[in-house]
Write a protein of this length. Structure first.
Length: 130
């Protein structure tokens, strides 16, 4: 039986992107004045783009490589990603969501959900490995 090698969930590229994600989140949440990052909506767009890049490598990309589309933790990852996209969409179309009163709270919610996606991806990787 041929086994499929699992791509790593944590790589130097993912670590660099995660550090960039953390920096953008810090700047957005603390309202620091940084050129190009002083607009909370730009920060949200950056978080979504960086998050999708991380997911394509360590999340959905790994799921595709191993064919584990219907695994419970994969489905949880889809739901978390969908929530992130819903919150980002709500910011730009003006929808009011429960527990999110402004754009800064939306940015923080996206950062928390993305962090949960990372924990989910690492857990999935460790369970599938062992």
């Amino acid at each position: 039986m041929k086994t499929i090698a699992q791509p790593a969930v944590i790589t130097p590229t993912i670590i660099g992107l995660a550090l960039l994600f953390a920096a953008v989140t810090f700047i957005g949440v603390t309202s620091k004045k940084v050129p190009l990052l002083s607009n909370i909506r730009v920060d949200i767009v950056l978080l979504v783009i960086i998050g999708m890049t991380i997911c394509s490598q360590g999340g959905i990309g790994r799921v595709a490589a191993t064919g584990q589309w219907t695994h419970t933790l994969s489905i949880i990852g889809y739901l978390l990603g969908g929530l992130i996209l819903l919150i980002a969409l709500a910011v730009f179309v003006g929808w009011k969501l429960p527990f999110i009163a402004n754009d800064q709270q939306a940015l923080f919610a996206i950062a928390i959900l993305a962090s949960l996606k990372v924990v989910n991806a690492v857990t999935h990787y460790l369970l599938a490995r062992g």
